[in-house]
Each structure stands twice: as C-alpha cells, then as structure tokens.
Design a protein around this ligand. Structure first.
Ligand code: GDP
Ligand code: IMO
Ligand code: MG
Length: 458
C-alpha cells in the first residue's frame, strides 16, 4: 500500500517530520518531484537532520528513491550522503534514470533570470538551485537525464547541443560576459562534460541508478510498503499554485504518479495525507491574503510598516516557530491559516487525512485567527481564484478563536491531552475540509506528535 505525503500550503509545513513519523512500516520512500530546493527536517531524540534530496526515510534506514519527476543535482546529493554517513547513517539512495540532471549552467541561469525580473519587481524569489531552468530544458527536450550520464557518447552529444545554446542565451540575450562569471566553466562544453561524466561514474560505482518505475513495481509485488514524499506545497504547484510565483513541478498528489512511475490507481488506492501548518508561512514573493506583516524584499508593496501589533505578532510566531528558510536562511513571511487555500488544496489532492503541525507555536496567544473566506468584488468566496492577480485582490474574512495556553508538550500524548481550545480549532479545520485529522504536531521531535490514525494500518 502507498502513503503519499503532500504539502497543503506553501511548503515547509513539516512534511519531512511526518514522513519520518509514519515511515516505520514503509520499506521505500520516494521523492517524486522537485530537487534540492526542498529542505525537509527530521528530529529524532533531539538530533536534527536537514535533508534536501535524500528522502526523509533515510533517518530510519529506509531505501530512498529519487523518482523520474525529480531534478537531481548530483553534487548536492553526494555532499548530503557524505554528510549523513559522517553522522553515522547509511543512506541507500536510488536515482531514476529518467530523472533530469541539474548542471552548473542551470544554477547560473536561475540567478540571472531572477536578477532580470527584479528590475521590474517580478522576481519569484527562487531558491537559486537551478530548478526552473532544468525543468525548462526537460520540457524543451534538451535536458540531460541521469541515464545519459552513464553513456559517454550520448552525454557528449547532449552537452555539445545544449551548452552552446546556453552560452548564446546569456551572452546575446542577457548581455553577460561568461568570463566575468564566478564559474565560467559552467558554459564550457568540455568542463561541463567532465563534471557530468564524474557524476555518472560515482552514481555507477555506488550502483545508484535504477528504472524507478520498475524498481517500485517489484518492491510492491514483493509486498513492500511505499511512501511518497512530496516536496514544496500545493499553492506553489506549477499548475494548481499561484503562477508565476510557483516552483516548476507538481507537488500535488497527481505528481506522485507521474513522478514515480506508479499508476494513479495505485496512488489513489492508498492514503494521501495533507500536511498543514497551523498558520501560514511563505518564502518568496506572491500574494498572501492572511499575511500578518510583510517582509522586505518578499512581500509585494510592503513599505516596512504594517502596524506595531501585527509586526510584533509576526515576529513572535516567526521566532517561536523558527521560521527561517532551511535552504536559504531567509525569514519566512507569516500569516494566519487560510481556509480558502486549504479547500483548494483538499480538492486538488483528495486528502484522505490531515496532519496539522505547529499547534504548539500558536500557544500563549490570546486569540488565534483564521481566514475563513475571502471577499472579492464585494462577494464572499470560499476558495482560491485562478489568477494570482485576482488572488491579490482578495480580502480575508477572519474568524477569531480563543487562544490556548502553553503547556508541557512532552506530556501531550493523546488527543484529549491537547488544550480544549486547540481541539476546537482543529475540529473546525477538520469539519470545514471534511477530512479527518490523522496527526497533530506539538513540537519538532518525532515524539512530539499526537497520532490519531496511522495510515498503513487498515
Ligand atoms: P518541510 O519542508 O515541509 O519538511 O518542513 P521544514 O522542515 O522546512 O520546516 C518545518 C520546521 O518546523 C522544521 O524545523 C521542523 O522541525 C519544525 N516542525 C515540524 N513540526 C513541528 C511542530 O509541530 N511544532 C514545531 N514547533 N515545529 C515543528
Ligand atoms: P519544501 O519541500 C518553501 C519556493 C521558493 C520560491 C518558489 C520557486 O522544503 O517545503 P524554486 O527554487 O523552486 O524555483 O523557487 O518556490 N520554494 C519553497 N518554499 N518550501 C520549499 O520546499 C520550497 N521550494 C521552493 O522560495 O518562492
Ligand atoms: Mg522545507
């Protein structure tokens, strides 16, 4: 049986922690999209692991697979695996031969395009990892796949085709002199070829490449449990998110099928667990109707003054929740939970259950608010408009809940141990989304989660 873990909001909902929490009965954990733009945290007995490519099941010693829907920077992957080995783990990671490879020029292009967009105040605020440019090349049929790294002739042919194009792009379109770049080799055919060949040699030496679809089918046929680990979140999905302030892949549940080689019927017969942060955070640009106060450089139109109370509250939540980007260290923008967003997300993904995290972070506030619906053109709407510009015009209608006290979260083992007002808040969310709550996060550690349902149990 499969369990798919999907971010319901804007990323950083605590997906890594839930993969770890539910990962014990799983045999294989698969990332199905994204790349090293992800930053997934697992905390086990106070020891913290931050993972960007290695699937979070590695902490429990599970086999990890990077599916065909991923974009893989082998340099990051090797560094991460070496780091985990130094810490005593034994990551066993297989990479789909159909996955696309992030090469040095992709990162440079990511940076240049963001810089150009920033001149018209339209930068996305990407993680700078080359994610968008690599998916562009995939769709443009000029990408280099993991399987290509294993065949020197094919690799040479692909690189001889694509690198001169990239060089022309940055010189002739962006007007950048390659020799002025920090890494001019990123646009040199021979240098890129050598780097890519070395990636292939190490992947082959460690026997890491697989036909992931077949690999997973065989595991399933042998009765093994597969978990699918989404990265990013529904509202930064390239199709269902707030385009263009999105990532370049499909974090939504459909992506679990196309990005792994498992059939939609297989994913659909399993569980799809939506990960919800009890409030909202966002790194990067784009609208956020329930935002409390802005963050300079990320909140459109923010002039540094949202009012003292709002600033204070946003700073409080950001600091309590440690809301600073795992990958880039940027302060995350903070807002109240947004129900129109979650209704959209529940429809797109068909969640069978929810894990609501960070309930502890809101403790101690007098009141907790939720964007219950929006007003757009004088009408009340309950879900997201399909264009970002219309979304930006939405005004959140806030509903106020009584706050809940700070308690010793280590003593909260059962749902009934949660403060009463926190339960009222959770039940409201569950009722509105007509979806059961499977788990409630009251701290970052594996033990600091109240489990109501375990999706692998029938
Ligand atoms: P992911 O990208 O969805 O895996 O989430 P991140 O790891 O980027 O961000 C979630 C952060 O919140 C991490 O630092 C987690 O350790 C932490 N975290 C997860 N669940 C909880 C929770 O219930 N309470 C608190 N206080 N922190 C949590
Ligand atoms: P996890 O898996 C939060 C955001 C970036 C930017 C936009 C596009 O840890 O939840 P990209 O580099 O993907 O082209 O950037 O998407 N973004 C994330 N935000 N969590 C993530 O991953 C993210 N991955 C990308 O900040 O706004
Ligand atoms: Mg993250």
């Amino acid at each position: 049986m499969t369990v798919t873990i999907v971010g319901s909001q804007l990323g950083d909902e605590g997906k890594g922690g839930v993969v770890d929490l539910y990962g014990d009965p799983a045999d294989v954990v698969v990332r199905y999209q994204g790349g090293d733009n992800a930053g997934h945290t697992v905390v086990e007995d106070g020891t913290e692991y931050k993972l960007s490519l290695v699937p979070s099941g590695a902490v429990r010693g599970k086999v990890g697979v990077l599916g065909n829907g991923c974009v893989v920077n082998p340099a990051t992957l090797f560094e991460e695996m070496d780091g985990l080995r130094d810490r005593g783990l034994e990551p066993d990671v297989r990479v789909a031969e159909r996955a696309h490879v992030i090469l040095p020029y992709h990162r440079v292009l990511d940076g240049i395009e963001e810089e150009v967009k920033s001149e018209t105040d339209s930068a996305v605020g990407t993680t700078g990892r080359g994610i968008g440019p690599t998916y562009e090349d995939k769709a443009g049929r000029r990408g280099v796949r993991v399987g290509d790294l294993l065949d020197e002739d094919v690799l040479r042919e692909r690189i001889e085709y694509v690198v001169p194009q990239k060089r022309a792009l940055i010189e002739d379109v962006y007007g950048v002199d390659v020799d002025d770049l920090e890494d001019p080799d990123a646009f040199d055919v021979d240098a890129v070829y050598e780097t890519a060949l070395e990636y292939g040699e190490r992947l082959a030496a460690e026997d890491m490449t697989v036909d992931a679809g077949n690999f997973l089918a065989e595991k399933r046929a042998a009765g093994e449990n597969v978990m699918l680990e989404g990265a990013q979140g529904t509202v930064i999905d390239i199709d269902h998110g707030n385009y263009p302030y999105v990532t370049s892949s499909n974090p939504t549940a459909g992506g679990a099928a196309t990005g792994s080689g498992l059939a939609p019927t297989v994913i659909g017969q399993g569980e799809v667990v939506g990960i919800v942060k009890a409030y909202l955070t966002r790194v990067g640009r784009g609208p956020l109707p329930t935002e409390l106060a802005g963050v300079e450089g990320q909140t459109p139109g923010y002039d540094g003054h949202a009012g003292d109370d709002e600033e204070e509250l946003a700073t409080y939540i950001r600091d309590e929740g440690g809301e600073y980007g795992t990958v880039t260290g940027r302060p995350r923008r903070v807002g109240w939970l947004d129900l129109p967003m979650l209704r959209h997300s529940t429809r797109v993904n068909g969640f069978t259950g929810l894990a609501v995290n960070h309930v502890d972070v809101l403790a101690g506030l007098d009141e907790v608010k939720v964007g219950d619906s929006y007003t757009l053109d004088g009408e009340e709407i309950e879900t997201l408009p399909s264009t970002t510009e219309r979304w930006a015009e939405c005004e959140a209608n806030l509903r106020t809940f009584d706050g809940w006290p700070e308690v010793d979260w280590d003593d909260v083992d059962e749902y009934e141990d949660l403060p009463e007002n926190a339960r009222a808040y959770l039940e409201y969310v569950s009722d509105e989304l007509e979806t059961d709550i499977y788990a409630v996060g009251v701290g970052p550690d594996r033990d600091q989660t109240v489990v109501l349902e375990s999706p692998y149990d029938d």
